[in-house]
Design a protein around this ligand. Sequence first.
Ligand code: G4P
Length: 536
Amino acid sequence: MPSLEEEISSRRTFAIISHPDAGKTTLTEKLLLYTGTIQSAGSVKGKASAKHAVSDWMDIEKARGISVTSSVLQFTYEGHCVNILDTPGHQDFSEDTYRTLMAADSAVMVIDGAKGVEAQTVKLFKVCALRGIPIFTFVNKLDHETRDPFDLMEEIENVLGIGTYPMNWPIGNGRTFRGVFDRASRHVLAFEGDGRANATKRVAEVEAELGDAALDELIGEENHRTLMDDIELLDGADHEFDLEAVRTGKLTPVFFGSALTNFGVEPFLRDFLRLSPAPGPHTDSLTGDPVEATDPDFSGFVFKIQANMDKNHRDRIAFLRICSGKFVRGMDAFHVQGDRKIKLATGTAMMADDRATVDEACAGDIVGLFDPGIFSIGDTLCKVGRRVQFAGIPTFAPEHFARIEQVDTLKRKQFVKGMEELAQEGAIQIFREYGAGMERVIVGVVGTLQFEVLEQRLKSEYHVEVYRSPLPYNLIRWIDEKDGEVDMRSLNLTRETLRVEDMRGGKLLLFTSPWNLNWAEEHNDGLHLSEFGNVT
Ligand code: G4P
């Protein structure tokens, strides 16, 4: 039996962040292939039909028959227990995508080599940067014509503000892509196989030294020459590999490859597992002291709450990131925000019948708890007799806004109740115009699918129908009042800027463009605007 310390040090809990279509699903599938979780890879079907409102993982699950909960995928590989957290993208992109990043110990950023750093990647990156977690970059689709690797690294540095360190370097590009040069071992990893689209087998690697005449044949004379020039350039640059800078999110190790054809996936996985951190300490905000992951006393926080769409079951599943100690199903725990002892039952209601309930889990793992409506996002659970409290989850900036009004004004009570409960659950954010009441409710969401979910849930759970009128705002900023109260009325703002309040009385501004935001910053001395809201 491994000790608790051994169990925890083998854990790697991470999320994959990317812009839609960069290859997150394909990479996830290939990681499962290499770890033996699945035996052969195949296109995850169903994506072409644009109207898929569920996570891609559900597609993987259906296509592969493997067990994937809607939130985390766990497998073991070479002595590591790996938890990949699902970060929904595409249409189901929502605040949950951001919240999930609060539960990860590191992130893998997948970039399409032809497109570079795209909008959604930037947003997700910012949340990782906020936490200072290590970020590993996988530049994908090298089997297709991509941009120059030096350009791509420069773009990552300039757009995201993080240093880059190429761990390997691509050999060729598009049709001439032959493999990668591993900088640590100084070996060429030339991949055997025909590079067929969606290769179904693990790719064999052939190792060779740079400058070796045999390499001309293996990777082509021209590729060999270019590679030698590139490596000379890289070696001449004064960047050193600095693990400490990686661990604090200041430097991203960059890997090149092609998930579809299996090129570069396995070396990436090996290095990632070697360099990424095991679960570390979380700060107890009551004392400011760290709670070590190996502390035998159980603790964790709720980062996501999933409603049960089944009308007959109003119960929810609260996803808990375990921060320390061990979870055992049915154990008693202290719910800090509720100030009482509760019994922890794992939630299976959302999950398919064949999914096993979790009996035991340790720091680094995620468990779905049955929630009869007692948990809020950001809540802490810990061992009975001890009181720790982890900093909550910040409120993330919505980008789509709409005014929501009920069709039947007689249903006022249900409407207000529904809106408040859904906001408290974290499904939407609600605001009111500064100085107005709940009759002018503005809803903000991160992904537009949340509007549809809101309408559907108001109808089925609260029997309220609503009108939705889109608003032109797409930028929101919280007013930071740490240095003193700000008088909303006296702010000098453009006509397109709206003053609003959140449900906790926080003051905010809504803008229609960065230009209006800049105006506010430039014309109001001492006004501090923040992209993230208060911590829950
Ligand atoms: P996502 O989860 O990040 O949205 O991306 P996903 O893996 O679904 O990949 C998006 C598209 O890019 C898919 O093609 C996929 O086959 C392709 N792709 C992923 N990795 C690579 C790669 O290394 N090289 C090349 N050439 N293509 C890659 P699609 O035609 O849009 O999807 P599908 O209809 O085949 O499912």
